[in-house]
Design a protein around this ligand. Structure first.
Ligand code: COA
Length: 693
């Protein structure tokens, strides 16, 4: 990490745990933002020194006022700036003079309305003086451990362990209200604003070492600096809610690598590669965040306890969907859980204590489940009935969970009306994640298992792979020629040097040479393609002939191709033909192109309809490790075909080898397309290759 960023992250301590706070633009008028911020700082119980800065007033909210930062007698750790845009630069310069190292600029009217230069001036001042600058155009932040509400948002936040970072101020404010209602505790709510300086990376890395935070939840619309974001170090679970899936992704033109990237899939790849978990809705995101504060499961066997068969079945479906393994041991379950239910109850997992099963049934069943090592994670479901009181059920379960020392993950779904809502709050207040939907509860549990997998990944420092000298030489020679693309045989040569597995191939300028090349390596049956800088669509001009079986046919076909192509493209200069062994197998597609945000991205998927119709492809950002390449291959939906289906199967080692090899030229070319890469049980072969520089 660059030293500058490290100092900024260190200086975030002055923002979140300042000994003194100045509010520049504090006002005595309650309708003004400056008043609201000061009021929030005072009302929330912040214990450090508070300095309102206002040119005219002598006192606001009972606190002595100062006309400027420079008039404040003591040191200032952190300044909130809420003055009109043209005055912000001057105030920031005063921060420099006063040695203030943390600021939040509330003021709007910068890059969001096109005033990029004005915003850059602020960034430059902050960088030169190591000031951690949040905003501009932010509603501020709340940090519960310091009882600091430096925002003009709601006054109240329930303290907890989730740090919520939001690119949208309005969403952050509204979700603060929602979390209060749901009784979900927050350690921090940070509105990022235009993030000219402090962004997601800095906050994640600051909260990584903050013992008051156990989970980081981020709402984002887009990343400003993709490469910086890629360098984020993850130590705690990060849940991302990202909106605005790209138009370009939707317009993606089938198998063309270039148009498939730059899309929302790239963001998914980035999150995946960094070990961040993506949520689809804010309830799912908060559900996951709450669940991620629970202890890690010590295995996979999950038990469901329910009072309703229907939601039990639906939870079973969800578990299967999310790949969560249910505990299966009918005899053991019967022995342990029969006592918790009437005779007509079910001891099969889900354990159904039946509709009449109230507080005591749940208490008994939960106590057994928490006490038995065999149960690794617990899902409790409840359907509201007239004969049971959900709040009492919730209280009983909370008591049991606390008595057991919160020893394993427990997630809850309560389906019902107002009383169930109250019961959910009872759970949330006790840091037990409870939802109104079964799917949300199970998806929270899945997030916990995901995090466990992320933590177990090897910590690899992956360097950008170097390009072999010979490959670079070929590329540079073509660049000098003024050409923007490599011919097929040149592409093959470069890729082969880098380690991409090739079928037997060769290049020839005459029929005799073609026969010689083919015989030397026993290439038959052969595909022959015309080589010309002037011809892009080879088959349209008769420049592709497949399945040539022997020398005689090869000679005849060569002559035929030359004649047809000359007739169809009289102006084209014909350089010769590419010869390539015909191979059978599963068609894959491998590509690389440059994402405007994140740089070179490598794509993998199955060819044909899988890429054209289903867009079943996945990406990784260069550089990535072999383990990541394996995860990339395992990520596509049609992965069963790769594992072997109806006799077909893939040679995964050589696919991984291709993905690793292609990274070597990523920094030196614009685009690579290996379409198809044919794979069978013996190996994989780049049957067609194209490089654009
Ligand atoms: N030093 C000290 N005090 C100063 C000052 C300075 N350099 N410059 C101005 N002030 C005082 C003003 O006199 C005023 O105090 P008063 O009410 O006692 O007169 C106070 O600071 C505020 O200045 P004012 O000119 O009244 O501005 P404002 O309150 O109308 O607007 C902002 C200031 C920052 C709120 C406004 O420019 C803005 O950006 N609003 C949008 C904020 C926003 O939505 N952010 C994004 C949320 S997601």
């Amino acid at each position: 990490m660059s030293e500058d960023i490290a100092i900024k992250i260190q200086n975030l301590e002055k923002v979140f745990n300042p000994r003194s706070v100045a509010i520049v633009g504090a006002s005595s008028e309650p309708a003004k933002v400056g008043y609201q911020i000061l009021n929030n700082v005072v009302q929330n119980g912040y214990k450090g020194k508070i300095y309102p800065i206002n040119r005219k007033a002598t006192e606001i909210l009972g606190l002595p006022c100062f006309p400027s930062l420079l008039e404040v007698p003591g040191d200032i750790d952190f300044a909130v700036i809420a003055v009109p845009a043209p005055l912000v630069e001057g105030v920031l310069k005063e921060c420099v003079q006063k040695n203030v190292k943390g600021t939040v600029i509330i003021t709007s009217g910068f890059s969001e309305i096109g005033k990029v230069k004005e915003e850059q001036v602020l960034k430059d001042i902050a960088d030169k003086n190591n000031i951690a600058l949040l905003g501009p155009n932010t509603f501020g932040f709340v940090y519960s451990p310091a009882k600091l509400n430096a925002s003009f948002g709601p006054t109240e936040v329930l303290p907890g362990k989730i740090a919520f970072v939001s690119q949208s101020g309005a969403l952050a404010i509204s979700l603060m209200g929602w979390t209060m209602m749901e009784k979900i505790g927050l350690a921090a709510v940070v509105s990022l604003g235009n993030k000219v300086d402090i962004g997601e990376k800095e906050l994640i890395e600051y909260f990584n070492d903050d013992p008051n935070v156990s989970v980081i939840l981020i709402y984002m619309e887009g990343i400003k600096d993709g490469r910086k974001f890629m360098s984020t170090k993850i130590k705690k679970p990060v849940v991302i809610l990202k909106s605005g899936s790209s138009q370009r992704g939707a317009q993606a033109a089938a198998s063309h690598t270039g148009s498939l990237s730059g899309s929302d899939k790239i963001y998914s790849a980035v999150f995946n590669q960094l070990g961040m978990m993506r949520a689809k809705t804010f309830t799912q995101a908060f559900g996951a965040a709450c669940t991620l504060s629970l202890p890690m499961p010590k295995g996979e066997d999950t038990l469901i306890i329910t009072n309703g068969g229907g939601i039990g079945v639906s939870a079973t479906d969800e578990c299967e969907d999310f790949g969560i393994k249910l505990l299966e041991d009918p005899a053991w379950l019967e022995e342990k859980f029969r006592q918790t239910m009437p005779e007509f109850g079910s001891t099969k997992n889900p354990i159904d204590v039946t509709g009449g099963g109230g507080c005591e049934s749940y208490r008994k069943a939960v106590r057994i489940a928490l006490g038995e090592d065999k149960v690794k994670a617990l899902v409790v479901l409840y359907c509201e009935t007239a004969v049971t009181d959900p709040v009492q059920v919730a209280k009983a379960i909370v008591e049991e969970y606390i008595a057991a020392g919160r020893n394993k993950p427990l997630v809850v779904a309560m389906v019902g009306g107002e009383r169930s809502r109250q019961a959910i709050q009872t759970f949330n207040e006790s840091q037990i994640p409870a939802m109104t939907e079964v799917r949300e509860a199970i998806s929270g549990l899945k997030a916990l298992y995901n995090w466990q997998e992320i933590v177990s990944r090897p910590k690899e420092n992956v360097p950008v792979p170097a390009i072999p000298a010979k490959a670079l030489e070929i590329i540079e020679a073509i660049r000098k020629e003024g050409r923007t693309f490599l011919l097929e045989h040149e592409s093959r040569q470069v890729l082969e040097i880098c380690g991409v597995p090739m079928p037997k191939w060769g290049f020839a300028t005459t029929a005799e040479e073609a026969v010689k090349v083919a015989e030397a390596v026993q290439m038959y049956p052969i595909a022959m393609k015309i080589a010309s800088v002037d011809i892009i669509h080879k088959s349209d001009v008769g420049g592709v002939i497949l399945n040539i079986k022997n020398a005689e046919e090869l000679k005849a076909r060569f002559a035929q191709m030359m004649e047809t192509v000359k007739r169809n493209a009289p102006k084209a200069e014909l350089l010769g033909v590419n010869l390539c062994q015909m191979v059978d197998g599963l068609q894959c597609i491998v590509g690389m192109n440059k994402d405007p945000q994140f740089g070179p991205a490598v794509m993998f998927g199955l060819g044909g309809i899988f890429v054209e119709v289903l867009k079943d492809v996945s990406f990784r950002i260069v550089p990535f490790s072999e383990t990541e390449a394996q995860r990339l291959v395992g990520e596509i939906k049609a992965k069963k075909l790769l594992d072997g289906y109806r006799g077909q199967g893939a040679h995964k080692e050589s696919i991984i080898k291709t993905l690793m090899a292609i990274q070597k030229i990523a920094q030196h070319v614009k685009e690579v397309d290996i379409n198809p890469l044919i794979t069978n049980k013996d190996g994989s072969y780049a049957v067609d290759a194209r490089i654009i520089i």
